[in-house]
Structures are given as C-alpha cells and as structure tokens.
Write a protein that binds this ligand. Structure first.
Ligand code: GUN
Length: 297
C-alpha cells in the first residue's frame, strides 16, 4: 500500500481562511477584533522565527497582534507584571508566552498566571483539568490540529484503536484526552513501553510525538493505519546540510500506512492555524458570543 499524503499546508490554509471569515463577521456585526499577545523572553533563534510567523499570520486573518520582546535577564516579577497587564487589557483575547523560557524563570508559575480564558495555548492547569474532565476548555494547538485532520480523514473516530506515542503535557496527554473524548480506545506509549512496535501495530490511528528522529518504522505500522507525525527533528546530513525529519521514518512508513502526514508540511502548519482558531474562540467566549463551532473541538 502507498499512503495518501495528508497535506497539512493546504489544511491549515483552509482553517486560516475560515478563521478570517469569522473574524470579519465578528468585527462587522459585533465590533470586536480579536487580539493575540505573544511574549518572547530572550533571543532563542527558533523562537524568533515562530514569533515572527505568528505575528504575520495573526494580522493576515484580520486580528490584532501584540508582540512583547523582553531581554533574557527579565525577572520573574517583571514577567508576571506584564502578564497581569495583558490579563486586564480588554483588547487582548489571547496570551501566549513562547517556550522555552530562560532557565531562571519558572515556566509553570508563569503559565498559570495567564487568565485561563486567555490561555490560547491551553497549557494552564485549569484548562488541562477541564479537558481531562470533559469540560469546555482551551485546547493545546498541536493536538487540536491533529484532531481536526483525523476527523476530516475518518468522519467519526468512534471505536477506533488509537495509540499516542509520547506523554508530554503539550502534545501526548492532551492528544490522548481528545481522542478519548471522540470515543477512541486510547493507549499512551512512551520511551519505557515494552515492545513499542507491537503496541503501535494495534493502532488504526497512530500519533507520534516523542522527539526521536525516525523512531517509528514501517514494520511498526498496521497496514492501512492513519499516521500523524508530530516530530520536528533538525538533523545535519553528511554533506553538512540541515534536514528536518519527523519521529516516523517516512520512506518505510508510507508503504504500510493508509495515510500519513509528511515532515515538513504536515502537522507543523496546523499549530499556528489552531492558535488563531483558539484566539477567535477566546474572543467569542470573553464577549459572550456564539463560538465558531467548526473550529472548536
Ligand atoms: N514553543 C514551541 N512551540 C510552542 C507552542 O506551541 N507554544 C508556546 N507557548 N511555546 C512554544
């Protein structure tokens, strides 16, 4: 079998177009323009690129973008003071603090200082708890993007065997919660799982987010399974060139899977698209307006 390649770039463009339509209507009918504040502490080059892309795409869908760049030596108190100001700012509906933070800052404390209704990353303990207990929450962007693509592929996910490889708070755990909410039978596997290949071969849906380049091979995949590769590993080839690969060995996996996301061009573009969707959702909730049903889980 040669897998269908899931075009995350096209899918993300479609999500952004739908966000833009909702934003235009919200502006015209309710006089509300959603605003997203992104906070970057320090000068991590990869984070710089992400933040620039987020800003551009936010403006492109008709939202306001507010960027706050703080020096690496910013104190915890200074960062918390900025978050307090953004929490109280009525023009700001979404707040994202770019991770990783410099080592002297307490990530959990900072994230939990964000007003939960403005936590468009869905990392606040209150949003994680709500997702786990089936309440309305802000949902982390990458798992939300994966869920949207899976729903598009399958329609209903009910009764499917789903295996999530990876147990991070950002992807693995919320992904498992979302699949469970859609009535999948969910297994979470990780670096200590015994016979990982055998576990993966039970999956109709295999989501891999472990951060290990090309860990999952074709032989670990059930014939016809849908494979979502969240990995983004930067490698250097023998001739010194930079190469981005996923957590799945694409060449062998595409001969077994029914459908697979490539790296790059699969899950990656969906993350920012879902951040914009979450900012729209947050603005609607904050103003007591009906939510964009097609963009919330
Ligand atoms: N750093 C890399 N990806 C992300 C993300 O999705 N959210 C935040 N806050 N930081 C990140």
């Amino acid at each position: 079998m040669t897998a269908k390649i899931i075009d995350g770039k096209a899918f993300a463009a479609n999500v952004r177009a739908r966000v833009a339509e909702h934003v235009a209507r919200l502006n015209e009918v309710n006089g509300v323009t959603p605003g997203l504040a992104v906070v970057l502490v320090g000068e991590d080059p990869a984070s710089e690129v992400y933040v620039r892309n987020k800003g551009k795409q936010t403006v492109a869908v008709g939202m306001n973008s507010y960027e706050h760049r703080l020096p690496a030596e910013t104190t915890q108190a200074q960062l918390l003071e900025l978050i307090d100001r953004l929490n109280a700012d009525n023009d700001v509906h979404g707040i994202l603090v770019q991770l990783p933070l410099p080592a002297h800052l307490d990530e959990a404390l900072v994230i939990n200082a964000i007003a939960p209704q403005k936590d468009v990353d869905g990392f606040h303990i209150s949003n994680a708890g709500k997702l786990a207990t089936g309440q309305k929450a802000m949902v982390p962007c990458t798992p939300l993007g994966c869920l949207m693509m899976l729903r598009e592929m399958f329609g209903s996910l009910s009764g499917k065997n789903a295996v999530v490889v990876g147990r991070s708070n950002i992807v693995g755990k919320p992904m498992a919660q979302l699949l469970l909410r859609d009535s999948c039978t969910v297994t979470i596997a990780h670096s200590r799982t015994q016979d990982l290949g055998a576990v993966c071969r039970t999956a109709d849906i295999l989501v891999v987010a472990v951060g290990q380049p090309e860990l999952i091979k074709g032989e670990h995949i059930k014939e016809g399974a849908v494979v979502i590769d969240v990995g983004m590993n930067r490698l250097t080839t023998e001739d010194g060139k930079a190469k981005l690969v996923g957590d799945v060995d694409f060449a062998s996996a595409r001969d077994r899977a029914g459908a697979i996301t490539p790296v790059p061009g699969g899950v990656g573009p969906m993350t920012i698209a879902c951040l914009l969707a979450n900012t729209l959702t947050a603005a609607c909730r904050i103003h007591g307006l009906s939510e964009p049903g097609d963009l919330t889980p």
